[in-house]
Design a protein around this ligand. Structure first.
Ligand SMILES: Cc1cc2nc3c(=O)[nH]c(=O)nc-3n(C[C@H](O)[C@H](O)[C@H](O)COP(=O)(O)OP(=O)(O)OC[C@H]3O[C@@H](n4cnc5c(N)ncnc54)[C@H](O)[C@@H]3O)c2cc1C
Ligand code: SF4
Length: 497
């Protein structure tokens, strides 16, 4: 048993990362779960603060001081119960959450490193699976009400799991051929193994949730004949309308994500070799699942990735694994400092330069660099990306700096500039109100939480809040389920994410 509150004696030890040289030879996860004793020792660093800022910062409000105390004492079963009381998907967050909590850990104020909460979370759930602690929830009786959920990303999965356990018959409709949303088709296997996702979905099926992949939901039969926007993917073999779902179910939840990619409408955009990031990532995830080769071949090629977020990083990691000759990342943001005085910013986010594990694997990062056009030596296939350095001013105004024009050689360009909103075409005639950013409009608090302008339709996750993080999608999915429950059962309490 590790000594509790051993923060003065125990140093931070990270999870083991396989070396860059070997991990870039495969697509498997390369971060190992902590051993039992490592996790116990690391959990013992928790100061068990009276006011746990980490818990406040986590969108799921996980109870870190309690599960750390229990892990340190070797009380794994209780640690597992504590963790899953707030987080139904710790195997996902323990791998890919950016660990917002850790920036707010009080220990980070005094020690070079905060408590490794995310790694302990991952350890608890993997320990629980390995030791038979994960048991399917048995729904004692169904209440006769049915809910349809559209989409199968983290918001949909969290919503479905919760509603099923509350006694609703839940059917999940997904337009892609496999389930999981961006967990399956966005995030590469080396960050999140699909086996981890399948293990969870299997549990949900066993508990009673019904899944209908390859099923596109649209507002009207007419919309079914419409092509979805460029850059939005669908493997559907059947189409069902929102009106049909509203007829057949007591409530419908839209958890359709933020799929419309931001484009670069610049001279030369039409050239061959310029792709949206997800065209590349989805195809690679499919290739890894044995569903045909990725048609975007980067082997031996000069790859330019435009964008500075997670999607861009994932493109870098995949391109390196696929044998790209070089990877250059263009980020129009200015380079941030390597560190800040933690005492000046804690417990708020630290605006510092982050280096992802994919960037660590070898790419050239160019900051404050804006793309101005693309050109092709042969007039057909992109060969140059034209750029200019920019300066950021007040009001996020960016000014190009004269004389800094440059060009970068490129055989393949991946546009990873984020996602604007859910498809406009799929739900064009639904009449559902959208906000000024074209996301589905709904409050997150009060008696109408997550209810759209149509009282029978609820909206949750990225299709409501805009492009975000898995942990927010999970929190919204769960809170939306409670709101649906409250409406269908006319319960008095309120909920919020
Ligand atoms: C490449 C990439 C990497 C990322 N990496 C991370 C990360 O490391 N950590 C992190 O926290 N976040 C990450 N994110 C963000 C995170 O994945 C999203 O915030 C999260 O998945 C949103 O969940 P969601 O359930 O709202 O939507 P999604 O995961 O987008 O799921 C929406 C689902 O709805 C389906 N759908 C849409 N329309 C219809 C329709 N009309 N009919 C039927 N089905 C439909 C879609 O096919 C999709 O499966 C990443 C995002 C991307 C793009
Ligand atoms: S879900 Fe993310 S923010 Fe919450 S405790 Fe886990 S790692 Fe921290």
């Amino acid at each position: 048993m590790a000594k509790e509150r051993a923060f003065l004696e125990v140093d931070f030890v990270p999870e083991h990362h396989e070396s860059v040289a070997t991990r870039t030879q495969h697509f498997h996860e390369f971060i190992s779960t902590l051993s039992d004793s490592e996790a116990q020792t690391q959990a013992s660093r928790c100061m068990d603060c009276g006011i746990p800022f980490c818990q406040h910062r986590c969108p799921l409000h996980n109870d870190m001081p309690d599960f750390n105390r229990l892990v340190a004492a070797g009380r794994w079963e209780e640690a597992y119960s504590t963790l899953i009381a707030s987080n139904d998907f710790p195997e996902i967050t323990g791998r890919i959450c950016p660990a917002l909590c850790q920036e707010s850990c009080c220990l980070g104020l005094y020690e070079p490193k905060e408590v490794g909460i995310k790694s302990i979370e991952r350890k608890i759930i993997e320990y629980a699976y390995a030791n038979g602690l994960v048991q399917n929830f048995k729904v004692s009786s169904y209440n006769g009400q049915k809910v349809a959920i559209v989409g199968s990303g983290p918001a949909a999965l969290a919503c479905a799991l919760t509603l099923n356990r509350l006694g609703f018959k839940v059917s999940v409709f997904e337009k892609m051929d496999k389930l999981g949303g961006l967990l399956r088709y966005g995030i590469p296997d080396f960050k999140l193994s699909k086996e981890v996702l399948d293990r969870k979905i299997k549990q949900m099926v066993q508990e009673g949730v019904s899944f209908y992949p390859s099923t596109l939901v649209v507002s009207t039969a007419q919309a079914a004949t419409t092509q979805l926007e460029q850059g939005i993917h669908s493997d559907h073999r059947q189409v069902i309308t929102l009106a049909e779902l509203k007829d057949q179910y007591d409530a419908v939840v839209l958890a359709t994500g933020s799929e419309t990619p931001r484009d670069l409408k610049l001279p030369g955009r039409e050239l061959q070799g310029i792709h949206f990031a997800l065209d590349f990532l989805i195809a690679q995830n499919k290739e890894n699942q044995g569903q045909g080769l990725n048609p975007i071949n980067v082997k031996g090629k000069k790859v330019v990735v435009i964008g500075g977020g997670e999607t861009a990083s994932d493109c870098i990691g995949v391109a390196i694994r696929k044998g790209a000759a070089s990877v250059t990342q263009l980020d129009y943001h200015e380079e941030l400092p390597e560190s800040v005085n933690v005492r000046e910013v804690w417990p708020h986010p630290r605006h510092i330069k982050h280096t992802s594990t994919s960037q660590e694997e070898g790419c050239t990062r160019l900051f404050a660099t804006n793309t101005t056009s693309f050109s092709a030596k042969d007039g057909k296939n992109v060969s140059l990306v034209h750029t200019v350095k920019v300066k950021w001013g007040p009001g996020r105004k960016i000014t190009p700096l004269k004389g800094t024009e440059d060009k970068i050689e490129a055989d393949v360009v991946l546009i990873a500039m984020g996602y604007a909103h859910p498809s406009l075409k799929a739900f064009a005639e639904s009449g559902l109100q959208r906000d000024e950013r074209h996301n589905f409009k709904a409050a997150t608090t009060g008696k109408d939480a997550y209810q759209s302008s149509d009282p029978k339709v609820f909206v949750t996750g990225d299709c409501r809040r805009g492009q975000s993080l898995v942990v927010y999608a999970l929190a919204e999915g769960r809170a939306c389920a409670l709101s649906v429950y409250q409406h269908l059962q006319a319960l008095p309490q309120q909920c919020s994410a």
